[in-house]
Design a protein around this ligand. Structure first.
Ligand code: GLN
Length: 545
């Protein structure tokens, strides 16, 4: 293929209608036609990365192999495209301005006046092209955050317009809109879409395809109306109704032959058709009869499930993939750690679960409740997986209850504890002292060596792994021998043996009690579920049929 192709995905009418899933799904159907595809996410906010944003408001902070802290959509791209997406594929207004300003300071503009237009869009274009080149992609999806008509993303639309002007045959625009059905009217309304497309037009962009998100499929008269008023061919209006399982979206798009239509616009021919494994996975996902009841213990219970499911999306999806592998449905429930703190008797409800997860977290709220739940899981042989904070708190619980160190704690919660079984990494302390918070945690993929014969090593089926991290605290080696003497197995460490990465209880004392300092959820994929989640779910099924 001579020229690289670019597909911009732009939203209209309102946010939160699934541009990320649409971009990932289009990427997948094009990949299934034999093309190398990557995806870029543009976020219009000033934050240089997503690491400084509250996940309950903004959704999960996704971590890439090369240690970028990104929007959760990068996670969707990785899961749909089954590929590692790197730092170059993510940009924010803050990041773009930061590099233009530092280039100006380095005299890289050769004495020119550096202006918002064209220099900011030029920088955006350079970044998009660099991401495409580095990923060796033939087709690059570029999702622009926000909606058309917003002041914030205008410079990104400007970059897209310029790319199209230069190479019209290599650039396509897909507009993701929403068609409301007001309850009092009972009819799907197209006017907001017409207005939104006008607003996109005023940025010099004409959509090639319009994806119509709505509660129900779009009917023929409305397709005709949108085609006529938005100046788009009727067969380029694609129905995208609400569905239960997001993994169904690529299959729905293919019902409308979207991959063929896009390739035709680019003058390309499909090389193959290969969506079968995905179709099989979706069929199982929708059909599992038996359930696996999985409790996730968090402190954000009061924020409501909708927001929570965004904050922990990679954990949730990883649990689902593992359940699907065993042909079961995942029944995930949010358990409020605050409640266990106030009323330890409430822990009894845990007996009804197949397994338990304490995911990553920060700060002291709800921590004692999490520790109490971990203790319950340990004593009652309830399969447990601790992710990052969930591993650290597992160590605290073990130190307190099994090793008799009553005041054991992480220094994140009690900096003065006499038994800091989890403490801050020295280089992290320096950064915090200098108030250097952004992108300074221990981040990205780090190698880990597994101890032979342990549960972790059996599950992974190898001796050396790479997993993604995002933390400032770690296992305190001073306590290593004491905890080991009391039965905790250190099954994974950094190759130099300085950092404890995985702890577990031996299989003769617990069916599955594993804590990992990293985030396996970032590497679990629908067709390739992560071994630790598979292990947890399998144990959960066998202890409680
Ligand atoms: N708060 C803990 C730390 O910084 C755990 C972080 C996490 O769970 N991602 O080490």
């Amino acid at each position: 293929m001579s020229h690289k192709k670019y597909i911009f995905v732009i939203g209209g009418v309102m946010s939160g209608v699934g541009k990320g899933i649409a971009s990932a799904s289009i990427g997948l159907i094009l990949k299934s036609r034999g093309f190398r595809v990557t995806a870029v996410k543009i976020d219009p906010y000033i934050n240089v990365d997503a690491g400084t944003m509250n996940p309950v408001e903004h959704g999960e902070v996704f971590v890439t192999d090369d240690g970028d802290e990104t929007d959760q959509d990068i996670g969707n791209y990785e899961r749909f495209l089954d590929a590692n997406i790197l730092r170059d594929n993510y940009m924010t207004t803050g990041r773009v301005y930061q590099s233009v300003i530092s280039r100006e300071r380095n005299l890289e503009y050769g004495g020119k006046c550096v202006e918002v237009v064209p220099h900011i869009p030029y920088e955006v274009i350079d970044r998009i092209k660099k991401a495409a080149t580095k990923s060796r992609a033939e087709i690059t999806m570029v999702e622009i955050g926000g909606t058309a008509g917003e002041y914030q993303n205008i410079l990104f639309l400007e970059a897209a317009r310029m790319m199209h002007l230069k190479n019209p045959e290599d650039v396509l625009f897909i507009f993701v809109t929403y068609l409301p059905v007001p309850s009092k009217i009972g009819e799907m309304k197209t006017k907001p879409t017409q207005m939104a497309v006008k607003s996109l037009n005023s940025a010099g962009i004409q959509p090639d395809f319009i994806l119509c998100r709505a509660e129900q499929p779009i009917d023929n008269p409305r397709k005709e109306k949108i085609a006529l008023f938005c100046n788009v061919q009727k067969d380029a209006i694609i129905s995208a109704p609400d569905i239960d399982i997001v993994y169904q979206v690529p299959i729905n798009f293919e019902k409308d032959k979207l991959s063929e239509k896009i390739l035709k616009r680019f003058g390309l021919k499909p090389k193959q058709k290969n969506l079968n494994a995905w179709r099989r996975m979706v069929a199982i996902a929708g059909n599992g009869k038996d359930k696996v009841r999985v409790g996730i213990i968090g402190k954000y219970f009061a924020s409501g499930e909708f927001i929570l499911s965004d904050a922990y999306i990679s954990v949730i999806e990883s649990i689902k993939y593992a359940c699907w592998k065993y042909k079961r449905k995942a029944q995930i429930e949010w358990l409020n750690s605050d409640l266990y703190e106030k009323d330890p008797a409430a822990l009894k409800e845990l007996k009804n679960f197949n397994c338990l997860v304490v995911p990553g977290g920060f700060g002291s709220r709800g921590v004692e409740g999490k520790i109490a739940a971990i203790g319950y899981a340990r004593r009652n042989h309830l399969p447990y997986l601790g992710l990052c904070y969930g591993m650290q708190l597992m160590v605290v619980e073990f130190a307190r209850s099994v090793c008799g160190l009553k005041d054991a704690n992480t220094t994140e919660i009690n900096p003065k504890t006499k038994n800091p079984v989890i403490h801050i990494m020295p280089e992290q302390a320096e950064k915090l002292a200098k108030k250097q918070y952004g992108n300074t945690m221990r981040l990205g993929a780090w190698p880990c060596v597994l101890k032979r014969g342990t549960l972790a090593q059996k599950l992974y089926g190898k001796n050396k792994i790479n997993e993604r991290h995002r933390h400032r605290y770690e296992f305190n080696n001073t306590y290593r021998s004491l905890l080991e003497k009391n039965g905790l197995v250190i099954s994974g460490t950094s190759p130099d043996n300085k950092l404890v990465e995985i702890v577990e209880l031996p299989p003769d004392s617990h069916p599955f009690f594993v804590g990992v300092q990293f985030h396996p959820e970032f590497k679990s994929r629908p067709l390739n579920p992560h071994p630790l989640f598979l292990g947890l779910v399998e144990a959960g099924i066998s202890v409680k049929k």
